[in-house]
Every structure is written in structure tokens, then in C-alpha cells.
Ligand binder design. Sequence first.
Ligand code: COA
Length: 179
Amino acid sequence: MEDLGHVAWPPEPIRTDRLVLREPETRDRAAFIELLASPEVHAYLGGPRSRDELEHELPAAPARWPGSFVVDLHGAMIGQILLRRATGHRRPAAAGKADLGYLFLPQAWGHGYATEACAAALDWLAGALPGEPVVLTTQTANVGSMRLAAKLGFTEVERFEAWGAEQWLGMRSLGTPSG
Ligand SMILES: CC(C)(COP(=O)(O)OP(=O)(O)OC[C@H]1O[C@@H](n2cnc3c(N)ncnc32)[C@H](O)[C@@H]1OP(=O)(O)O)[C@@H](O)C(=O)NCCC(=O)NCCS
């Protein structure tokens, strides 16, 4: 994966009804550690990282790059959206395309925040890179993620085996209003 490359970055913070999408800040460090060390968040993502290790290794200021959004609710980070370039994707249909990833803190699940934030990020991408399709890979066992992908308008390209589990590759054409 690489960053998106040639997009105007950073955009003005993106405001939705309830959320703000913005660049990572130094004050998000504790939330990043929560997110990366959470066994629930990483149940379908190859397992969490050690909290001790993260405390030592995570830089004081989080990395900033085009396509990396923090999702903010009432001034606190509740999740992360990653729009990247799927260079080296193992499925030819996805290789080189824009790729959506999302991770939210478990206490923020079940409120529609992920749907609201991802739709806004996809709208931003549709403006930044008009006409680009977006791909998304998730384990089929990750029911919440599969539901989210469907709500965002992704449709199945194929299923494949990787990392010891069945994976779902979905695609979404841009230009389609996210509603
Ligand atoms: C995948 C993930 C982001 C989904 O989070 P989520 O909170 O379930 O997602 P949503 O934003 O779609 O919200 C889910 C529910 O909130 C409910 N909800 C409550 N209030 C709502 C509101 N005001 N508006 C919309 N939905 C609302 C909805 O009914 C929805 O449930 P449904 O899909 O059964 O209808 C989350 O589980 C996660 O971070 N998982 C770990 C990381 C991961 O696996 N990522 C995938 C790989 S990239």
C-alpha cells in the first residue's frame, strides 16, 4: 500500500452531521494506542499489537499522509479512515486502485458513525480523484464490516483465501452519490 499521491492535502476538516474528519494530531496518541492494541478491533485483522510496545514505539506526533483521516466526535478521536493506493494488492482487480480501510474504537460501534464517516471520506475522494473506483478488502466473517461495505455501495468482485481466512474484495464506482 502507498499513499494516494497527487491529491491536494490536507483538505479543510470535513464536517458531517455528527463527526469531523481531520488529520491526526498529537493529542490522538492515546486513542491510537487503544485502537491498535484492541483485540476486538483486530479480531479480523491479524491480531492486536502489544500496548507496551506501542507506548514505546509510537512517535509523539502521529504520521500524517494524504488519505489518512482521524474521525472525531465531540473533540475526541473515535476511529480512523485510511484511503490508500493498493499497490501490490494480491488480486489483480484491486492492484493500483484507491483502497478504503476503517477502524473504530469498540465503544463507538453501533451508532452509524463508521457509515457516516466513510461516506464523507468517499465523497471527498470523489472530488479529489473524480471517476476513480475504490476497492475494499475485508474478511467475510467480519459481519459488521461486510454490512458497512454494502451500505456504502460496494459490490462483490470476488472472494479469495488469504491470511488463513476467506476475504471479500468489493468495489465502488465513484460519482455515485453516497446518499
Ligand atoms: C467495521 C466497523 C467499522 C463497523 O462499525 P459499526 O459501528 O458496526 O458500523 P456502522 O457505522 O455501520 O453502524 C452500525 C450500526 O449502527 C446502528 N445505528 C445506530 N444509530 C444509528 C444512526 N444514527 N445512524 C445510522 N446507524 C445507526 C445501525 O443500525 C447499524 O447497524 P446495522 O448495520 O445492523 O443497521 C467496526 O466494527 C470496526 O471498527 N471493526 C474493527 C476494524 C475492522 O474490522 N475493519 C475492517 C477492515 S478495513
